[in-house]
Design a protein around this ligand. Structure first.
Ligand code: KIV
Ligand code: NA
Length: 253
């Protein structure tokens, strides 16, 4: 698709029905992100989620998608230690969840891990720019690659490509930097908060479709009102139970 100049799409998914719906909608890539930490398990950051927690979610998504590429995130602490640790973790995601690819955070610094996985037969997407697992190292939630930092983003992207990555995901980098990286790379780029010139876009579905209505970063656009739909449905159900109109004779034996 990159060679044809066609943009493609990616959304997070963490369960059967969302995987089915997004697959049916033609979303090309489903990411079982470590953002499940915040969006499924109720943690404040992505750091606490474990491989043991992510694998069952990834398995549900992989079983439910008929067409989309299903990618699983390697959570914090499951790959940074060494290429062998990365191999063991990624192999578990491939074998136990049957995802088709994994994603990890880091470019140059994770090149040995990327090379170990790809030479062993595990397709890798490298996540660079703002990398949530390094929030405490980066000093907070902020745009990466401004000014001199642009060279760092490009170097990370090239290092990931050279190490064998099949895609690079850039989070919160200036649009012109992401455009330059996209033009320089042979492999596709996926953006989130990285402007309009990347080969693909990704969003967390609870953000994009209005289930999470908390404070949102600038790069999120709300395309649906799932929270409103569920609130109205739950309130209507409760009202009909309380006034005795549900269940009616047609729902009774
Ligand atoms: O975990 C996740 O949802 C992600 C996307 C935001 C890219 O890594
Ligand atoms: Na992630």
């Amino acid at each position: 698709m990159k060679q044809r100049g066609e943009r493609f799409t990616m959304l997070t998914a963490y369960d059967m029905y969302t995987a089915q719906v997004f697959d049916e909608a033609g979303i090309e890539v489903l990411l079982v992100g470590d953002s499940a930490s915040n969006n499924v398990f109720g943690n404040r950051t992505s750091l606490p989620v474990t491989l043991d927690e992510l694998i069952p979610l990834a398995r549900a998504v992989a079983r439910s998608a008929t067409r989309a590429l299903v990618m699983g995130d390697l959570p914090f602490g499951s790959y940074q230690g060494s290429p062998e640790q990365a191999w063991d973790s990624a192999a578990r995601l491939m074998k136990e969840a049957e995802v088709a690819a994994v994603k990890l955070e880091g470019g140059s610094a994770m090149a040995p891990q990327i090379e170990r996985l790809t030479t062993g037969g595990i397709p890798v997407c490298a996540h660079i720019g703002f990398t949530p697992q390094y929030e405490h190292t980066l000093g907070g939630y902020r745009v990466q690659g401004r000014g001199e930092g642009a060279d760092r983003v490009l170097a990370d992207a090239l290092a990931a490509q050279d190490a064998g990555a099949f895609a690079v995901l850039m989070e919160m980098v200036p649009a012109d930097v992401a455009a330059k990286v996209t033009a320089e790379l042979d492999i596709p780029t996926i953006g989130i908060g990285a402007g309009n010139a990347t080969d693909a876009q990704v969003l967390v579905w609870q953000d994009a479709f209005g289930l999470n209505t908390g404070r949102m970063p600038r790069f999120v656009k709300q395309f649906a009102d799932v929270r409103g739909t569920l609130l109205a449905g739950a309130a209507e159900y409760a009202a009909q139970v309380r006034d005795g109109s549900f269940p009616g004779p047609e729902h009774s034996f």
